[in-house]
Design a protein around this ligand. Structure first.
Ligand code: SF4
Length: 472
């Protein structure tokens, strides 16, 4: 684990207000999800998950075919598809278009893909104004922060934090009433929508057989972003393509439920091409930017390419005991939680943060809630093995290896294991698991201390399971 990762985790753990904010917000989302997928509300939930997994598997295995079909259909409706290798190519495309059309102001709706490539920063560096219009994203843009959560980006901010940010950045009196804060943001953003030259959105799904970009949202800002300005650019990862319009139904039944516990998001938009003659709104120009940015590297690996099935619902974050303690900003890239722990090392390389695949208790909760059935724990184990293989001999922790070898030996010798258990039970001090952190010398060396600093170990029970079993 890098010192930076470790530092951020400790800072988050030490902040009691932040801990409460994360725990409360994720807890609420978690409970709502459970209610909305319960047997009485959605009896075919498990079948829908299986269906969604099969659709994604098929789409990813035939990605070239469906991307070409999508491109043909977008162009048939008067739009244009642009393939980009990375963030530089996306920024170059947007900047060239903005220059040609003399555009100055861009409005943006929420998109993790554009966060991934730091699009706002790249555009602002070249003198364009790019304004986030999702309320959470807008707050974070004013605060110069990146999203804390893939669905609820400002989940860590209280209304008092928001009041302070608005006062400082918008030069307005302190306002702590949430409805009034929303009205303030709406007032500012309305002006931006009306004056914007370009609207940039993400995409939840790209439908191959109709060339449609599907966007799911609650605030209506994506609708304004994609219809008020003269130019609409949708930026999406190549993995967002699905074969048929009818497949959208399966995902819509799962996405909002998994994300926020809603049966359906407030707005679902199907956008295909620029405004047709006679239509009252919509852009004059319509572009879809398909971004690779490391995704094609995952395709050859049958198991790890499952990561590309993700529909960014955030359910795995809300249920993850690690995310709920260390929060979103401890993670080394824009994607946090279990999905971040598997895609960051694959997109950026395992050396980017070698500790990331290990930041999991492997409890399996993420895999159980994932609406597209990504086997996250299995991928984490594969990534751990990759990290270990990539370490040089000198970097490998000899003590840890020795300890695991001894443990493996003990586990394969039941009598000795039982005897060790009895000795441990007789020697362990009473109380909670904190005793393990004050183990005496000679075990009190740095690597052991580091290992124990993060872990509690409940004292062994006076009588083991084997003893109880025999007695019964
Ligand atoms: S990995 Fe699954 S649960 Fe996590 S965000 Fe993606 S789709 Fe949702």
């Amino acid at each position: 684990m890098s010192a930076e990762f470790d530092r951020k985790i400790h800072t988050t753990l030490a902040d009691a207000n932040l801990q409460l904010a994360i725990y409360t917000a994720t807890g609420r989302l978690k409970e709502k999800r459970v209610e909305s997928v319960s047997d009485s509300v959605l009896p075919d939930y498990q079948e829908l998950r299986t269906q969604a997994n099969a659709i994604k598997k098929h789409a990813i295995e035939n990605l070239d075919h469906y991307l070409e079909e999508f491109e043909r259909n977008v162009e048939a409706h008067g739009g244009k598809v642009v393939y980009c290798k990375d963030g530089t190519e996306v920024a170059d495309f947007v900047l060239a278009l903005a220059k040609e059309r003399r555009a100055q102001l861009i409005v943006k709706s929420k998109s993790m893909t554009t966060e991934e490539i730091d699009l706002n920063e790249r555009l602002e560096h070249h003198g364009l104004e790019s304004v986030e219009t999702d309320l959470g994203e807008y707050i974070l843009q004013l605060a110069h922060e990146r999203p804390y959560h893939i669905v609820a980006p400002a989940l860590h901010k209280t209304r008092y934090d928001v009041a302070e940010i608005f006062t400082r950045r918008l030069k307005i009196p302190n306002e702590i009433v949430i409805e009034k804060q929303t009205a303030i943001a709406r007032g500012v953003l309305r002006e931006k929508f009306l004056a914007a030259d370009i609207g940039i959105s993400g995409a939840n799904f790209l439908v191959a057989d109709s060339g449609a970009v599907v966007i799911v949202e609650n605030e209506g800002n994506a609708r304004l972003t994609t219809s008020a300005p003269k130019i609409h650019i949708a930026i999406a990862g190549i993995e967002k393509v699905i074969p048929r319009a009818q497949d959208v139904v399966t995902f819509l039944k799962l996405l909002a439920r998994s994300a926020t516990g809603q049966l359906l998001s407030v707005y679902t938009s199907f956008l295909s091409g620029p405004r047709r003659p006679g239509e009252i709104d919509g852009p004059d120009e319509f572009y879809v930017v398909l971004l690779d940015n490391g995704r094609t590297k995952l395709l050859p690996d049958r198991s790890k390419r499952e990561s590309l099935y993700c529909i960014r619902c955030g359910a795995c974050l809300n249920t993850c005991p690690v995310y709920r303690k260390i929060g979103g900003h401890s993670f080394p890239w824009v994607y946090s939680g279990p999905i971040g722990a598997i895609i960051t090392p694959q997109f950026m390389g395992v050396a980017h943060e070698p500790g990331l695949p290990f930041a999991s208790s492997l409890c399996g909760a993420c895999g159980e809630v994932c609406p597209v059935k990504i086997d996250i724990p299995k991928i984490l184990l594969e990534l751990r093995s990759e990290v270990k293989k990539s370490e040089t001999r000198e970097k490998q922790n000899r003590l840890e290896k020795l300890a695991f070898r001894a443990f493996a030996w003990l586990m394969t010798h039941p009598r000795l294991y039982e005897m060790a258990g009895r000795i441990a039970a007789a020697m362990a001090p009473p109380g909670d698991g904190a005793w393990i952190r004050s183990v005496p010398a000679p075990l009190n060396v740095a690597p052991v201390k580091a290992w124990l600093s993060q872990r509690d170990l409940p004292p062994p029970p006076a009588r083991s399971f084997r003893q109880l079993w025999r007695e019964r």
